[in-house]
Design a protein around this ligand. Structure first.
Ligand code: RP5
Length: 174
């Protein structure tokens, strides 16, 4: 079994239908050895359960990731009930494909921030990385894994650049 940080992240989504877009956040957390729990809660459909979850969150978690689409109030509703850092993922869905969720999530009033990532799966992955970066302030093992993760991206870029150079050379020779 992989080593996991004892510090946990809550990953909350507004609908079971959001799971596919939230999965990259779980992938990132797993890759960085961060433990998480997943909940499905809605600011609009289950407001009381959402509030109760937020009120208990500090005893159980260090960071909250909240994903929702459309008039996305989940991250903001959670942020209003906890002083844990809340990362919001605007889910790409509906007629506006996440632009509505982006604005609903990011435009929080002064004093109640939501750290909002990009719309959809890329944002979800970054939400996982950002949560790990917050945990790394307290957990040296997560910090080490983040450095290794960054280094792996550098190696990916180097490999990619070599592949591009090969393709360009081939074009020049045809
Ligand atoms: C939001 O409304 C959810 O986060 C979801 O993205 C969207 C649509 O929900 P469903 O009708 O698919 O359950 O609250």
């Amino acid at each position: 079994m992989k080593t996991r940080s004892p510090l946990k992240v809550a990953v909350v989504m507004g609908s079971p239908n959001d799971l596919e877009q939230v999965e990259p956040a779980l992938d990132a957390l797993e890759a960085l050895g961060v433990a998480y729990e997943v909940e499905v809660l809605s600011a609009h459909r289950t407001p009381q359960a959402t509030r109760a979850f937020a009120k208990d969150a500090e005893a159980r978690f260090r960071v909250v990731i909240a994903a929702a689409g459309l008039a996305a109030h989940l991250a903001g509703a959670l942020a209003s009930e906890t002083i844990l850092p809340v990362i919001g993922i605007p889910v790409q869905t509906g007629a506006l494909q996440g632009l509505d969720a982006l604005l609903s999530t990011v435009q929080m009033p002064r004093g109640v921030p939501v750290a909002t990532v990009a719309i959809g799966k890329t944002g979800a992955f970054n939400a996982g990385v950002l949560a790990a970066e917050i945990l790394a302030l307290e957990d040296p093992a997560v910090r080490e894994r983040l450095f290794a993760f960054r280094q792996a991206r550098v190696e990916d870029m180097k490999k990619g650049a070599k592949a591009v150079a090969r393709k360009i050379k081939k074009r020049d020779n045809t």
